[in-house]
Write a protein that binds this ligand. Structure first.
Ligand code: 76R
Length: 247
C-alpha cells in the first residue's frame, strides 16, 4: 500500500448555495419582505460577530449564472456549529425565499507534501493560521469540487509518496506564481461529501481564476489526475449590495 499523505485539518466548511424565489418575493407583502430582510441582516450581523471573535468566518457572494443566486460560505470549529448555522438560516423568514441550490461540506485541509522533515507544522504560526482562516474580502469567489483519478492506468492513490510529492511541488510552484492575485482554500471532503476536495479561490480580478485553473490543467497533477465538478463564480455581496438586491 502507498503511504497516505498526512493531513492537518482546521475549521469545518459549509458552502450553502441558494436560489432566490423571485416569484414568491414579488408576491409577498411589503411586511413579509421586510421581515425577511430583517432576519437576513440579523443573521449576517451575528455571523460577522462570530468572525470578529475569530470563532468562524463568512463569505457572502452573488453567483453569476443559473446554478444559484447566492453562496454563504461558513467556517466553524465543529460540524455541530455548522449545522446550527444552517438550521437557524432555514428557520429565518428569509429562507422561504432562498431555495437550496447546492451545498458542500468539507474541512480546511493542508497536506504534508510540502512539509519540512522534523518540523511540527502546528508550531509554525502561518500554518496554524491557514487552518482557521478569516475568509478574504475580495471582489470575486470561485468554487468547485474535485477528485484525484483512480483509474487502472492513472491511479493517484497507488503512486509512491515520492512521486506524489514531486508532482505536488510542481503544482505548488504554479500556485505560488499567483501569490497576491489569488488566494486558495483547499478543503478535504472524503467521507463528508460527493467529491474529495472543495477548491475555493478568492481574487479581486475574476480573470485570474481562468488563468490559474487553465495553467494548472497543463500540470501533470491536474492534467492526468484531476477530475472536476461544477464551477461557481461570484461577486462579493456587501451589506449595501444585499440591500440593493432585495430592494
Ligand atoms: O498548502 C500549500 O500551499 C502547499 C502547496 C500546496 C498543496 C499541498 C498547494 C498550493 N496546493 C496543495 C494541495 Mn493546491 N490547488 C488546487 C486547485 O484546478 C485545478 O487544476 C486544481 C484546483 C487549485 C486552483 C489550487 C491552487 N491543491 C492541493 C490539493 C490536495 C492534494 C492532495 O492532498 O492530494 C488539491 C486538491 C489542490 C487543488 N494550490 C497551491 C493552489 C495555489 C494557488 C497554491 C499556492 C499557494 C501558496 O503557496 O500561496
Amino acid at each position: 500500500m502507498s503511504e497516505a499523505a498526512q493531513t492537518l485539518d482546521g475549521w469545518y466548511v459549509l458552502h450553502d448555495f441558494r436560489t432566490i424565489d423571485w416569484t414568491a418575493w414579488n408576491d409577498a407583502t411589503p411586511e413579509e419582505r421586510e421581515a425577511a430582510r430583517r432576519d437576513l441582516f440579523a443573521l449576517v450581523n451575528e455571523w460577522e460577530e462570530v468572525e470578529g471573535r475569530k470563532e468562524g468566518s463568512l463569505a457572502l457572494y452573488s453567483i453569476v449564472g443559473q446554478k444559484a443566486d447566492l453562496v454563504f460560505m461558513h467556517l466553524r470549529e465543529t460540524l455541530q456549529e455548522l449545522n446550527a448555522v444552517e438550521n437557524k438560516f432555514n428557520r429565518s423568514a428569509f429562507a422561504r425565499f432562498a431555495k437550496p441550490a447546492y451545498s458542500y461540506v468539507s474541512v480546511v485541509e493542508l497536506s504534508n507534501y510540502m512539509g519540512q522533515p522534523g518540523v511540527d507544522p502546528m508550531q509554525v504560526p502561518e500554518i496554524a493560521a491557514r487552518l482557521k482562516p478569516i475568509l478574504p474580502k475580495t471582489n470575486h469567489i470561485c468554487f468547485y469540487p474535485m477528485n484525484k483519478r483512480r483509474l487502472l492506468g492513472d491511479n493517484w492513490y497507488m503512486l509512491p509518496m515520492e512521486e506524489r510529492k514531486a508532482m505536488m511541488r510542481s503544482h505548488g510552484m504554479i500556485g505560488r506564481s499567483y501569490a497576491g492575485k489569488v488566494k486558495q482554500i483547499i478543503s478535504g471532503s472524503v467521507g463528508f461529501d460527493d467529491w474529495e476536495w472543495g477548491v475555493t479561490l478568492f481574487s479581486d480580478d475574476s480573470l485570474q481564476f481562468k488563468k490559474l485553473v487553465y495553467e494548472m490543467r497543463f500540470d501533470e497533477v491536474s492534467a492526468r489526475y484531476g477530475e472536476f465538478g461544477a464551477f461557481y463564480v461570484g461577486i462579493r455581496l456587501t451589506r449595501d449590495g444585499l440591500s440593493e438586491l432585495l430592494k
